[in-house]
Design a protein around this ligand. Structure first.
Ligand code: SF4
Length: 402
């Protein structure tokens, strides 16, 4: 079996992440030139877009949208900053938005204010005549980047060799992964899952085989498996930088869950200590976190669930209730503004937006919209036909479980 030595790397997003962390309540709107002054490497954009004030951007975006009419649909993920999401025709999580785009064939152009894997998913689900646009091509996802397809293909081969043939292992990938990994799952009897249906999909995986390879978020995988009653002793972590992921063949044979060593830089910031502090401050607070948080944080919280679950639960909660929330700050701030009769705050006192979602500045949105007005499609996201076909198989297996 070949031994590959690779150097771990610190993604640029980790560096950037700190650049936009604040201790104030809100992140103020700025021109793109001011944002770029912290020395981040975002996509280059024509110079005139750098210096528009937030007011000028607002006026020009409305003007472009009026000219484009129904030919364009703007989608906004819940984690987008306020000065971007206000232009969205639809807000939602990644899968909901992709389905929304696919159900609007009138819109020839889908401008996805989110991150790269979301635009790819929209491209897989949309009709061939629809073009999907990502306003800033550097808006990736640090978690998805922790599972490059080359590493996953190598790991998949090594796992099968170690387990003997197929080894009864079913690959399941979280929506937050590149299209080629979704395709690998489709080709190998696996499926895609979201944070809302991970339990159902993993359960299905165990009906198809003896064990599951869960990608790319080890925390969602672990939290989901624990809920299904799989003990920690039957889980191993696959470190792509080590031979056999850092496991012995015997450990792999004993494992029910093989967890790819990826994580979300935003959700792993939430700690048990923060939960204890919130409870000391408000003894009647309910702590609600996302399952991308660590096992320790999820177990210390009162509730956990997907972005849509968090929104629904808090929006429907009685007036006067108090919520300490462990998810992306733009969503927490929006929930707090939209529910003034409740006390809603982020568990982490340092305000850190998802640094890659944050790369969608209104200047980028304006740039792609004005491109369309001028007849140019800027930043189109495409997925090769074979990847699209196999990824769709994995997505359809998930949809069949509803
Ligand atoms: S919040 Fe985490 S998982 Fe979601 S896009 Fe940002 S880095 Fe990726």
């Amino acid at each position: 079996m070949p031994i590959k030595i690779r150097q771990p790397f610190v993604p640029i997003t980790e560096v950037e992440h700190a650049a936009f962390c604040k201790t104030e309540d809100q992140l103020p709107a700025k021109s793109l030139a001011e944002e770029l002054a912290v020395n981040v490497r975002w996509q280059e954009i024509p110079a005139e877009y750098l210096h528009y004030t937030p007011e000028e951007l607002d006026q020009r975006i409305h003007q472009a949208r009026r000219k484009l009419g129904k030919s364009v649909t703007v989608l906004g993920h819940h984690y987008q900053r306020e000065e971007v999401i206000k232009y969205a025709d639809f807000q939602g999580d990644s899968f909901l938005l992709s389905q929304e785009a696919a159900s609007r064939p009138d819109a020839s152009y889908i401008v996805f204010c989110g991150v790269h894997f979301m635009a790819e998913t929209a491209c897989i689900l949309c009709a061939p005549h629809q073009k999907v646009i990502l306003p800033n091509l550097t808006a990736g996802c640090s978690m998805a980047d922790m599972a490059p397809i080359e590493d996953v293909e190598d790991g998949w081969t090594d796992l099968q060799e170690a387990l003997g043939g197929h080894g009864g292992i079913i690959p399941i990938t979280y929506m937050n992964s590149v299209a080629s990994i979704k395709a690998l799952c489709g080709r190998n009897g696996g499926a895609v899952c979201t944070s809302s249906n991970a339990g159902k999909v993993v359960e299905w995986g165990f009906q198809q085989g003896e064990r599951v390879l869960f990608l790319p978020d080890q925390h969602l995988g672990r939290n989901t498996a624990l809920k299904l009653g799989i003990p920690l002793e039957q889980m191993v972590v696959w470190n792509p930088f080590r031979r056999l992921g850092g496991n012995t063949p015997e450990q792999l044979r004993q494992a029910k869950m093989v967890l790819w060593q990826g994580h979300c830089a935003v959700h792993t910031r939430f700690t048990v200590k923060q939960i204890e502090t919130a409870r000391m401050r408000y003894p009647d607070v309910t702590v609600l976190v996302h399952p991308e948080c660590t096992m320790e944080a999820v177990q210390a919280a009162d509730m956990n669930g997907s972005t849509e679950f968090i929104r629904k639960t808090i929006n429907e909660a009685p007036a006067g209730s108090k919520w300490a929330v462990g998810t992306e700050i733009s969503l927490v701030n929006r929930l707090s503004i939209n529910n003034p009769d409740k006390t809603i705050f982020c568990l982490d006192p340092v305000i850190c937006p998802c640094s890659t979602m944050y790369r969608i500045h209104p200047a980028y949105l304006l740039w792609v919209l004005e491109g369309l007005v001028a007849g140019h499609v800027v930043n189109e996201i495409t997925v090769p036909a074979d990847i699209k076909r196999d990824a769709l198989v994995a997505l359809e297996r998930m949809l069949a479980l509803r």
